[in-house]
Design a protein around this ligand. Structure first.
Ligand code: ADP
Ligand code: MG
Length: 593
């Protein structure tokens, strides 16, 4: 008995589709790449319901003949390779002649196309691999492919799709990976009738700004390098604009997005210790190498590559980035306020040169220690270290528990710009101003939330601020929006990954909102604050930390007194929300000593 069947093409195509188009973003990628291969200079992507209902790509590329318009849906139909050898020299995007056949097997596809020298175009309607209709049609030059009801005949895959926000963030990422490299092509992306991006053809930096926001123009250093084995061109973030999460890190090889941990490490290594802990640079770097020096993994959806010249590439990339950062930051350090000083020509005859004026601080006393050199040598009160257990309310009879107990007239002194010293009956209290403020804000924020009477206190920003996030972070932030609004933020999504902030909670003096949200998200992801049980507690703690006055902020007498009073009104005045000691009391006998 024979048991072997030859699968019909439609089934084989469906199976192949699983590899190429596992989700809407996969189809987006293939269609965009085809348009670029066709030489388009403008490509418009229209998406509905995160690609479930519609993915349409309209280009002004070469278009197809009547016959090609039908043939392109056949498996192994490609105009790009003729022999297996061609694979190794390939510089175009797609190259297996599988994408359209796969997409047509799992969707209803409408293709409209016209070549530039044809008067009339052609329309092909195809559904589950079967051509339903083809007829001549007046269409613009170029190609429009509309993919409707993806996976309509593969319920298993359809059910496997994630929430729209997730699928859309995948599409967004695909869109970025492609548009970042092809900045010489204009792109638009429209989702459910809303234009998310309108990217004009231009420079790479303009493209970065178009995708991630205008501020990026000022945040980047240019990296450029050309050697025998590689040409490098791109941008890296200035160290001070590093982010708390590995967000915008894009490496491209010969116009393709790749993931290459060693090369990424090369970039990060170049920053050495210029970055604060747990901060990561953003970068957009394109490498051009001889295709024969790449071990091409010809699977079209994979992003891994191997280089023959691995080590050399690593070293070249690192030094190129290093030079970009070093060179430029040195240049800014050398920009003196008084550049004229260096352009003194020879003195005219007969003029007696004046002694140069030196400005100095006449109050400077080298024997007076600067803040960083001084250490307050306070003996800690002899009680056990409690900072690890913030949950337990700490009762300490040396500390009054409500504000009236602190006479408002009692004087405060700010020490080293970071501690407040104030006399108590029980001794001298040394209060860490940042931690104290953190505690006060945290208690206020949590109170506001629990007493559901969200007394929103917002300050409207003079200029709305755009913040940008990676797809994953954007999604997370979208989930947190209701909480953030309850705290007093006015923040709304403005693009797939862009949020506009129009108001912030009163008291948030921080001008760097991007950093605030990055920190908030980083904290929320649980890296630093696992101690907090609930999401709102985590957010409150993170926000409080962000809003608290920083060391080095001078405080007025009034502000200090207010802070001390507010602090002592908190039930857990001794311990900051992140579990650190806020107050130390120097007892009278210690003062005596
Ligand atoms: P591949 O891109 O690997 O060749 P595809 O299935 O993606 O395979 O496309 C098949 C063929 O259809 C391409 O080789 C190309 O000739 C043609 N084609 C696809 N999309 C377009 C387009 N937007 N404009 C012009 N021709 C296209
Ligand atoms: Mg293709």
């Amino acid at each position: 008995m024979n048991i072997i069947n030859i699968l019909p093409d439609s089934v084989a195509n469906q199976i192949a589709a699983g590899e190429v188009v596992d989700r809407p973003a996969g189809a987006v990628k293939e269609l965009l790449e085809n348009s670029m291969d066709a030489g388009a200079t403008q490509i418009d992507l229209v998406v509905k319901d995160a690609g479930r209902t519609l993915i349409q790509v309209v280009d002004n590329g070469s278009g197809m003949s009547d016959t090609d318009a039908r043939l392109c849906f056949e498996r192994h139909a490609t105009s790009k390779i003729h022999r297996a050898d061609d694979l190794f020299a390939i510089r175009t995007m797609g190259f297996r002649g599988e994408a359209l056949a796969s997409i047509a097997a799992i969707a209803q596809v409408e293709l409209r196309t016209r070549q530039h020298d044809s008067e009339l175009g052609t329309a092909v309607i195809i559904e589950g691999s079967h051509i339903v209709d083809q007829h001549p049609e007046a269409t613009p030059c170029g190609t429009s492919i509309a993919v409707k009801n993806l996976f309509f005949n593969v319920p298993a895959r359809r059910n496997f799709l994630k929430k729209d926000t997730v699928e859309m963030s995948h599409i967004d990422e695909v869109f970025r990976r492609i548009t970042l490299v092809h900045y010489d092509i204009g792109f638009t992306l429209q989702h459910n009738g809303r234009i998310l991006y309108d990217l004009k053809a231009g420079s790479m930096l303009q493209r970065i700004a178009g995708l991630f926001g205008d501020p990026y123009k000022e945040r980047m250093y240019n990296v450029e390098e050309e050697t025998d084995i590689v040409k490098i061109k791109g941008f890296v973030s200035r160290p001070e604009f590093s982010r708390k999460t590995r967000g915008e890190q894009y490496l491209f090889v010969n116009g393709r997005f790749i993931k290459h941990p060693a090369l990424s490490a090369a970039v990060e290594k170049a920053y050495a210790d210029l970055l604060p802990e747990h901060s990561y640079p953003s970068y957009f770097i394109g490498l051009t190498v001889d295709p024969s020096r790449i071990d091409v993994n010809i699977h079209p959806t994979k992003t891994e590559v191997k280089f023959v010249d691995d080590h050399a590439l690593f070293a070249i990339l690192r030094s190129a980035v290093k030079r970009a950062i070093g060179q430029f930051s040195l240049a800014t350090e050398l920009s003196f306020d008084t550049p004229d000083l260096f352009n003194i020509g020879p003195a005219p005859k007969g003029v007696v040169p004046q002694q140069p004026k030196i400005s100095y601080n006449s109050n400077y006393n080298p024997f007076r220690a600067t803040p960083s050199q001084t250490k307050i040598n306070l003996t800690m009160p002899e009680r056990p270290e409690r900072s690890e257990k913030p949950e337990e309310p700490l009762v300490d009879d040396t500390i009054p528990h409500s504000s009236p107990l602190i006479p408002h007239s009692s004087n405060c002194i700010q020490v080293q710009g970071r501690y407040i010293a104030t006399p108590l009956n029980s001794g001298l209290a040394i209060i860490d101003q940042q931690r104290a403020h953190e505690r006060i804000l945290y208690d206020r924020l949590t109170l506001k939330l629990s007493s559901s009477q969200t007394i929103k206190q917002s300050q409207t920003l003079l200029f709305p601020v755009n913040c940008t996030f990676s797809a994953a972070d954007a999604e997370l932030l979208a989930e947190l929006l209701p909480d953030l609004k309850a705290y007093g933020f006015e923040i709304d999504a403005a693009g797939q990954c862009i949020f506009i902030v129009t108001a912030t909670p009163c008291g948030l003096k921080d001008s760097d909102l991007q950093a605030t949200f990055d920190q908030l998200l980083a904290d929320y992801k649980g890296s630093t604050m696992q101690k907090y049980s609930s999401r709102s507690q985590t957010l409150c703690a993170s926000l409080a930390r962000r809003m608290a006055v920083k060391p080095g902020t001078p405080l007025s007498q009034e502000e200090m007194q207010q802070m001390v009073a507010d602090l002592f009104a908190c039930p857990m005045a001794e311990i900051s929300p992140s579990g650190k000691r806020i107050i130390t009391i120097v007892k009278p006998d210690e003062i005596l000593k």
